[in-house]
Design a binder for this molecule. Structure first.
Ligand code: ADP
Ligand code: ASP
Ligand code: MG
Length: 592
C-alpha cells in the first residue's frame, strides 16, 4: 500500500481546532487508501517559549539539556494529534524520535540523522494506525535525546518519506506554497508551481525559511518529491522536484537572511595554511560560513572576511579566541559588524546568461543602497547591505528580475514518478550515514585569470559602475568577490584567460578614474570545483579541504561556496596537484 507523509508546522497545530483539522486531513488520506505518517512540530511558538524559559536561568544553556527541553514541545503535539484522531474514531499511535529509531550523531541542537529504522512504523501502519511522529528530534548512540536544529521537522518528514519510499511528502504550513521571495517581506512575490531541488536548497540556505535546507538535501539525494501547501485549504501548492519551473529565466527567486554578521580578520600572514588555522576551528563547531573573501592588505599580510548567521556569533567569537590563544601569529586583530543582512538571487539559469550580477548591482545602485560585500557562484549572487535597507533591497531586486510575473515557458506539472524500493535502498546505501555529504565530482578549470582592484571608495553604485564597464567590454565574468573590510574595499573577479590582458587594461582605467591604487592580475589561476549536495552546510567538507591543501602547502587565493559547489582558486601551477590531492584524500565521500 502506498505511504503518504504529511508534515504540519507549528502554526498548523497551534490550537485544538487546528489539531483537529490536521487530524482530518490525515484521516481523509487514509480513507483514500493510503497508509499515513504524520510529522508534527511543537504547537505554535512553544519552542521559542522553551528557549526563553531556559534563558531566564542561563544565556548559554548546556546544549544537551536544551535538546531534552526542546524535544518536549513535539512530544506534546504528537500526543495531542493522536488524541484528536482517536477522538474522531480512527486508530492512531504517537511516537517520539527515539521510539521510531531515528538515530543521530551527538551534535546537540544541530544533530544529523545517521539512520532510521522503519520496523516500528511499518508495524503500526500495518495494524491500521495513522502514525504520528515527533519532528525535529532523534537519539544518539548513548540514548541522549538530540534535536536537528530550528525548523528541523521538515527534515524529519523528508527523511521518513525517503526511508519509507513514500509516494508523497506533503508539507502543510501557513503559506500556500513556495514563493519567489518571502511574501511577508515582498508583497508582490509569486507562488511558483514547481522549483528544482538545487534552487530550493540554495534559497532555503540563503534565508527562505519555508523549508529547512537539510530537508532538501534529503529530497535531492534520495529523490523525494515534496509538495508544499497550505494547511488551511485543499489547493495544490508548490512541487519541489528535479526540474526547474522555467528554462528561460536566469533567476527563480530571491532570499533574505535578516541577521548576518560579517567578521573581518586583519593581519593574517599570506601563506599556505592560514585559512586552515582560522577556519577549521569554526568549521569544527559546525558553523556554516558564507561569503568568504580574502584581500591582500600589504605585502605578506592578508585580511579575511566571512559571514555567519547571527545565531552563531558567540560560538564564532569563542572559536577565534581559541585560535588567537593557540597561535598568536595567526592574525593581528578582528572585528565584526552585526548590523547587516544578506540579500541573494538564485537560479539555475544564471550560468547561461551574462550580466545577471551587474543587473543586481545596478538595481541597488539606483536605490542608493551601498553593497558592503559581494560573492557569486554558479547558482547565486549574494550581497551584504545594512539591516535597515534589506527589505527595500530584496523588493527592488525582485522587481528588476520580474519575478512577480509567470515565466512564458512554465512547464506543465507532471506527477513525479516513484522509484522502486530497490532503487531507493541503493540510493540510501550509497552513504554510510543518511546525512553524510556526497561529492558528485571534483573538476579543475585551467582557463581562468583573475584581476583585483584595491582600495576602492566605499560608496553606493561602485560595483554597478565597474561591472557595467566590464560587461560593455564584452568580458564574461565567472567569480566576483568584494569585501569592505576595516581598512580596504577590494574587488576581485575572474575572467577567461584569453581576456586577461583586456581585463587588466580595463581595471587600470577604472582605478585611474576612481583615483585608487593600481590593480593587479594573475594571468593564470586554477579553479577547483567540488560539486555535490549541501557543500556549504556540511562544514566538515570545508575543514577537510583546508587541511588537505595545508598539508600539501598549497595557498588558496579565493574560496566561494554554495550548497551545490565549493570552489577554490589556487595558483595555476598548484592546480593539478591540488586536484589530485583532493581526489585521493576525499575518496570516501566522492560518489561512485
Ligand atoms: P512551519 O511552522 O509550518 O514550518 P515556517 O514559519 O517555518 O512554517 O515557514 C513558513 C514561512 O516561511 C512563511 O510564513 C513565510 O513567511 C516564510 N517564507 C520565507 N521565504 C519564503 C518563500 N520563498 N516562500 C514561501 N514562504 C516563505
Ligand atoms: N519546533 C521546532 C522549531 O520551532 C522544529 C520545527 O518547527 O520544525 O524550530
Ligand atoms: Mg518550518
Amino acid at each position: 500500500m502506498s505511504i503518504i507523509v504529511q508534515k504540519f508546522g507549528g502554526t498548523s497545530v497551534a490550537d485544538s481546532n487546528k489539531i483537529l483539522a490536521a487530524a482530518r486531513k490525515a484521516i481523509r488520506a487514509q480513507e483514500e487508501g493510503h497508509q499515513v505518517v504524520m510529522v508534527v512540530s511543537a504547537m505554535g511558538k512553544n519552542t521559542d517559549k522553551l528557549i526563553a524559559l531556559a534563558k531566564e536561568i542561563d544565556e548559554n544553556p548546556p546544549a544537551r539539556e536544551m535538546d531534552m527541553l526542546l524535544s518536549t514541545g513535539e512530544q506534546v503535539s504528537v500526543a495531542m494529534v493522536a488524541i484528536a484522531i482517536q477522538h474522531l474514531g480512527y486508530k492512531a499511535v504517537s511516537m517520539t524520535g527515539a521510539q521510531i529509531g531515528i538515530k543521530t550523531n551527538n551534535s546537540f541542537m544541530k544533530a544529523r540523522i545517521e539512520s532510521i529504522s522503519t520496523d516500528r512504523i511499518r508495524k503500526a501502519l500495518n495494524d491500521g494506525n495513522i502514525v504520528i511522529a515527533a519532528g525535529f528530534q532523534g537519539v544518539d548512540d548513548n540514548y541522549n535525546i538530540t534535536t536537528l536544529g530550528r525548523g528541523g521537522s521538515d527534515t524529519t518528514a523528508v527523511a521518513l518519506a525517503a526511508v519509507l519510499n513514500a509516494e508523497s511528502c506533503e508539507i502543510y504550513t501557513d503559506v500556500d506554497g513556495v514563493y519567489t521571495a518571502d511574501p511577508r517581506v515582498v508583497p508582490k512575490a509569486r507562488r511558483v508551481r514547481q522549483i528544482s531541488y538545487d534552487e530550493m536548497l540554495e534559497m532555503a540556505s540563503l534565508g527562505a525559511g519555508v523549508m529547512h535546507s537539510r530537508s532538501i538535501e534529503f529530497a535531492k539525494n534520495f529523490e523525494v518529491p515534496i509538495h508544499v501547501r497550505a494547511s488551511y485549504s485543499d489547493e495544490p501548492g508548490t512541487l519541489i522536484v528535479s526540474q526547474p519551473e522555467s528554462m528561460e529565466r536566469a533567476v527563480c527567486g530571491a532570499a533574505i537572511a535578516k541577521d548576518e554578521v560579517r567578521f573581518s580578520i586583519c593581519g593574517v600572514p599570506d601563506e599556505p595554511g592560514m585559512a586552515d588555522r582560522i577556519f577549521r576551528p569554526i568549521a569544527d563547531r559546525q558553523i556554516a560560513m558564507d561569503m568568504i573573501v580574502q584581500n591582500v592588505e600589504t605585502a605578506g599580510k592578508a585580511e579575511i572576511s566571512f559571514t555567519i548567521p547571527a545565531t552563531e556569533l558567540s560560538a564564532t567569537l569563542k572559536a577565534l579566541e581559541q585560535v588567537k590563544s593557540a597561535s598568536p601569529e595567526a592574525f593581528e586583530s578582528f572585528s565584526y559588524d552585526n548590523n547587516l543582512c544578506k540579500v541573494s538571487i538564485v537560479g539555475l539559469g544564471m550560468e547561461r546568461q551574462v550580466g545577471v550580477a551587474e543587473k543586481m548591482f545596478q538595481t541597488l545602485a539606483d536605490r542608493n543602497i551601498n553593497i558592503q560585500m559581494i560573492t557569486t557562484s554558479e547558482i547565486k549572487v549574494s550581497v551584504l547591505v545594512s539591516k535597515e535597507q534589506g527589505a527595500e533591497a530584496i523588493r527592488a531586486v525582485h522587481e528588476a528580475f520580474e519575478l512577480g510575473t509567470t515565466p512564458a515557458d512554465v512547464r506543465p506539472l507532471v506527477k513525479p514518478e516513484m522509484i522502486s524500493d530497490e532503487e531507493k535502498i541503493r540510493l540510501i546505501n550509497r552513504l554510510k550515514h543518511m546525512e553524510d555529504v556526497l561529492i558528485e565530482s571534483i573538476t579543475l578549470d585551467e582557463k581562468q585569470a583573475s584581476v583585483t582592484l584595491f582600495g576602492l571608495p566605499q560608496e553606493p553604485g561602485l560595483a554597478a559602475r565597474i561591472f557595467q564597464q566590464v560587461t560593455e567590454a564584452g568580458l564574461i565574468v565567472d567569480m566576483i568577490v568584494q569585501s569592505s573590510g576595516d581598512k580596504f574595499t577590494n574587488l576581485t573577479f575572474t575572467v577567461d584567460r584569453s581576456c586577461a590582458d583586456a581585463a587588466l587594461e580595463l581595471a587600470k582605467s577604472i582605478a585611474k578614474d576612481l583615483g585608487c591604487t593600481s590593480p593587479t592580475a594573475c594571468p593564470a589561476v586554477a579553479k577547483i570545483s567540488l560539486s555535490g549536495t549541501g557543500m556549504r552546510s556540511h562544514t566538515v567538507i570545508a575543514a577537510r579541504i583546508l587541511q588537505i591543501l595545508t598539508a600539501g602547502k598549497i595557498n588558496i587565493n579565493m574560496i566561494n561556496t554554495s550548497e551545490m559547489r565549493f570552489n577554490l582558486v589556487v595558483n595555476s601551477e598548484d592546480g593539478p596537484r591540488a586536484l589530485e590531492l583532493l581526489k585521493s584524500e576525499l575518496g570516501d565521500v566522492i560518489a561512485e
